[in-house]
Each structure stands twice: as structure tokens, then as C-alpha cells.
Design a protein around this ligand. Structure first.
Ligand code: AMP
Length: 415
């Protein structure tokens, strides 16, 4: 029987994982500087949360969720995105009772049954932030600036952000009418999905990958914004400018999730990953908290796809600090020496050194090669003769110089 990983998933092996850890360290550090604190929510939730939170008319809910019944017959779904779960946790744990805005971040796997391609998988990872409890445009700008700063911190080049406003409820209703007037005459020429979307949520149509080109002359949502929506959008832009953040306005940008209100944005890459040029996105969700049973609290967030970042970093040959050199490799020659090496190895590890030995009973030369492969800074060699004298040889792998020290002085010599 041959086993293979499920379609659309990836194995990350040592050598690659260090690159992920590097990006994750940068994520944690940036979150600390921006005062976002980590939250960890379940990988699966009740299906209804996503139907409610992400929206019945979205591609995600209609055809991409990994859903199953648990043994009690309850409908469960592997989370397709992070926001719904975080907002559920915010409501359930009454974080709205805290005096400050809840600024939270998460890093973890998400699941969508999409057709796999470069940069699109069925299990993928997102780094996301959510700021819940403020309507201030300054926080919209902060969330956008956070994303761009993250790309800068990890050394990714050629990124940019497109912003838009999808308006408040009133603006959206006004826009839907104008959009319908534009779409109805072409209804029959649109793809099946779009024909569905027109009736359920016409805004979604603009997001269609098939018919995209047909909507070049569609009315702009920006012309339908009411005063509240427009004031907010302009203030977001003023805040971005104040931070020196460059952006472009894309009035076609609507995002794939139903919960957005007012600000919506997407992070783009110049270089692209195959046909894909989006590396993250987000927006404001002023109705979502109430939608999942909480008080009427506004929120805004964004999420960045980690696989896409890794592909781009590799493509751009970004210098990544992912080396994990070993402090010391211990070589035993002879049986008695082997027992002593076991003792020394453990003592060094307890003291904080990274240390390794041979477990394959190999000859000295093969062990030296191991030490080289592990990029050991020092090799320590113990034969039965030295052991009798209570001594041990310490060799610097950099200078190739070797000295002999007392066994009990080994740790201080290595320091
Ligand atoms: P979304 O919320 O769908 O806009 O997703 C936000 C980001 O997550 C995207 O810009 C991608 O970087 C990443 N992402 C979404 N879906 C996938 C997927 N199937 N495979 C890999 N990355 C994804």
C-alpha cells in the first residue's frame, strides 16, 4: 500500500520549516510592536458559524468547506478562515467587556476545498490580525500598515496595497440597485455562479474569475457612498498618508467574504505566483460581532497567506536567517569513552549547549563528516587513552586548532 498526502496539502520538512519559523518569528515580533496579542481558537467550529459569519452566498460556504458530522450528528467544519472563529471567541469570552480595543492575532492552518495550483492549497496557513471594538479610521490604517510592514520586515520586495470602500448598509443597497441595472441585461451571458450571485448578492459578481472582463464598465461603488461611508474612507486615506503608506484605490475590489463593510483592501505582489497576485487581504466588519450573537461592536482585520510568502521569498532569493549551527559534536573512540561521552553530552545540553553524538557506531572519519554537515562549531574527541588521563580533545571546526583540556573543564573551555 502506498500512502500519499491528501490532494492540496504540503509536507514541510526540516530545512523548510526553519524558513517558516523565521517568518513566524517576524510575525510575533511585529505583533508585539503593534500591540496585538495571540489568540488560539479551535481548528474546527460548528458549521453554522461560517454560514453565518462568512456568508451563505460566498464561494467558501457554497462549495469550499471541509464539513463533517461528529458522532453526535452535529455539523462541524474545518475553519476556512480565521476571523469567524476569533469573533466567536471574542463574544463567547466577553472580551467586549474589556476597556481597550481587542487587538488579536493568529497564525495557523485553514482549509478550503479549492482546485490546487501553485499558491493555492486545501490546507494553507494564515497570519491574521483582528482589531475589535473601534470604528476609528486610524485603526483601519493601522491594520493596512501592519501588513505592509510585515512584508518589509521579512524582506519581501514588490508588494503594494489596493484599498476600496464597500460602504455601509445604506450605501450598499443604493449601489446594489445601480449594479443590478447594469447586470440584468447581460444576465444570460454570465457564468452559472454569477447568475446565482446576481440574485443573492450582486456585489459578489465583481469578484468572478470567469466573467471578470465583462464588468469593466460597471458602476463604481465609490459613486454610491453616502456621507458616513465617504467620510470614513477619506479619513482612512488621510491616516495612511500620515504614516507614509502608499496605496492605490481599486473601486472593483469587493473581497470574497460577505461580512465586509466600509474599508476593504488587498495586498498584491508584483512578481506574482503563477496566475495569482494577491498575498493577503482584509477589511472592516461592523456587523459581524452582532451577527454571531455579540453586542453591536465593529471590527477590522486582515490575513496573509504564508505559503504564498514562502514561494515569493524563495523566488526573490531573500536572505533568511535560518541557520541552526550546532555548538558541539562529541566523538567517542572506544566503549568506555562512549559511556563518558553520553554523560558529557547530557551535561552540556543541560547547560544550554546544542550538542550531538553519533548513534550509528561509525568510524571517526564518518563522525567528523557528520560534525561538518551539522555545522558544529566544535568537535570534542574522546578515546580510551584520554579518558584514562581524565582529558578530552577540543577541536575548533573553524580554525581546525585542537587543544586538550581536563574533562571537568570541558564546558568552560567551550564557552
Ligand atoms: P482571503 O481571506 O480568501 O482573501 O485569503 C487571504 C489570503 O490567504 C490570500 O490572499 C492568500 O494569501 C491566502 N489564501 C487564501 N486561500 C488560499 C489557498 N487555498 N491556498 C493558499 N493560500 C490561500
Amino acid at each position: 500500500m502506498d500512502f500519499q498526502k491528501p490532494k492540496g496539502t504540503l509536507d514541510f520538512l526540516p530545512g523548510t520549516v526553519e524558513k517558516w519559523q523565521y517568518v513566524e518569528r517576524k510575525a510575533h515580533d511585529l505583533a508585539r510592536r503593534f500591540n496585538y496579542r495571540e489568540v488560539r481558537t479551535p481548528i474546527f467550529e460548528y458549521t453554522q458559524l461560517f454560514q453565518r459569519g462568512v456568508g451563505e452566498t460566498t464561494d467558501i460556504v457554497q462549495k469550499e468547506m471541509f464539513s463533517f458530522q461528529d458522532m453526535g450528528g452535529r455539523n462541524m467544519t474545518l475553519r476556512p478562515e480565521g476571523t469567524a472563529g476569533v469573533v466567536r471567541a471574542y463574544v463567547e469570552n466577553k472580551l467586549f467587556g474589556e476597556p481597550d480595543v481587542s487587538k488579536l492575532f493568529y497564525i495557523g492552518p485553514m482549509f478550503r476545498q479549492e482546485r490546487p495550483q501553485a499558491g493555492r492549497y486545501r490546507q494553507f496557513h494564515q497570519f491574521g490580525i483582528e482589531a475589535i471594538g473601534s470604528v476609528e479610521p486610524a485603526i483601519d490604517a493601522e491594520v493596512i500598515a501592519f501588513g505592509l510592514q510585515f512584508f518589509e520586515d521579512i524582506g519581501l520586495k514588490g508588494t503594494s496595497v489596493e484599498i476600496n470602500s464597500v460602504g455601509n448598509t445604506a450605501s450598499r443597497e443604493a449601489y446594489n440597485e445601480r449594479l443590478l441595472a447594469f447586470l440584468n441585461p447581460m444576465r444570460d451571458s454570465l457564468c452559472k455562479d454569477c447568475q446565482n450571485r446576481i440574485d443573492r448578492n450582486p456585489l459578489r459578481v465583481l469578484d468572478c474569475k470567469v466573467d471578470h472582463d465583462k464588468f469593466a464598465d460597471a458602476p463604481s461603488i465609490l459613486d454610491s457612498l453616502d456621507e458616513e461611508s465617504l467620510t470614513h474612507f477619506e479619513a482612512v486615506q488621510r491616516n495612511l498618508t500620515a504614516m507614509g503608506v502608499a496605496y492605490t484605490i481599486n473601486p472593483r475590489l469587493v473581497r470574497g467574504l460577505d461580512y465586509y463593510t466600509l474599508t476593504a483592501f488587498e495586498f498584491k505582489t508584483q512578481s506574482g505566483i503563477g496566475a495569482i497576485d494577491t498575498i493577503g487581504g482584509g477589511g472592516r466588519y461592523n456587523k459581524l460581532v452582532a451577527e454571531v450573537g455579540g453586542p453591536d461592536q465593529p471590527g477590522i482585520g486582515m490575513a496573509i497567506g504564508m505559503e504564498r510568502l514562502q514561494l515569493l521569498l524563495a523566488d526573490q532569493q531573500t536572505e533568511i536567517d535560518d541557520k541552526r549551527p550546532l555548538d558541539v559534536y562529541l566523538i567517542a573512540l572506544g566503549e568506555k569513552a562512549s559511556a563518558e561521552i553520553t554523560k558529557q553530552l547530557h551535561a552540556l545540553r543541560k547547560l544550554g549547549f546544542s550538542a550531538e553524538r553519533d548513534y550509528l557506531d561509525r568510524k571517526m572519519k564518518a563522525q567528523m563528516k557528520s560534525a561538518d554537515r551539522l555545522e558544529a562549531r566544535y568537535t570534542v574527541i574522546l578515546g580510551d587513552d584520554e579518558l584514562e588521563r581524565g582529558e578530552i580533545a577540543v577541536k575548533s571546526m573553524e580554525t581546525r586548532e585542537q587543544v586538550t583540556v581536563k574533562l571537568e573543564d570541558l564546558a568552560s573551555a567551550l564557552k
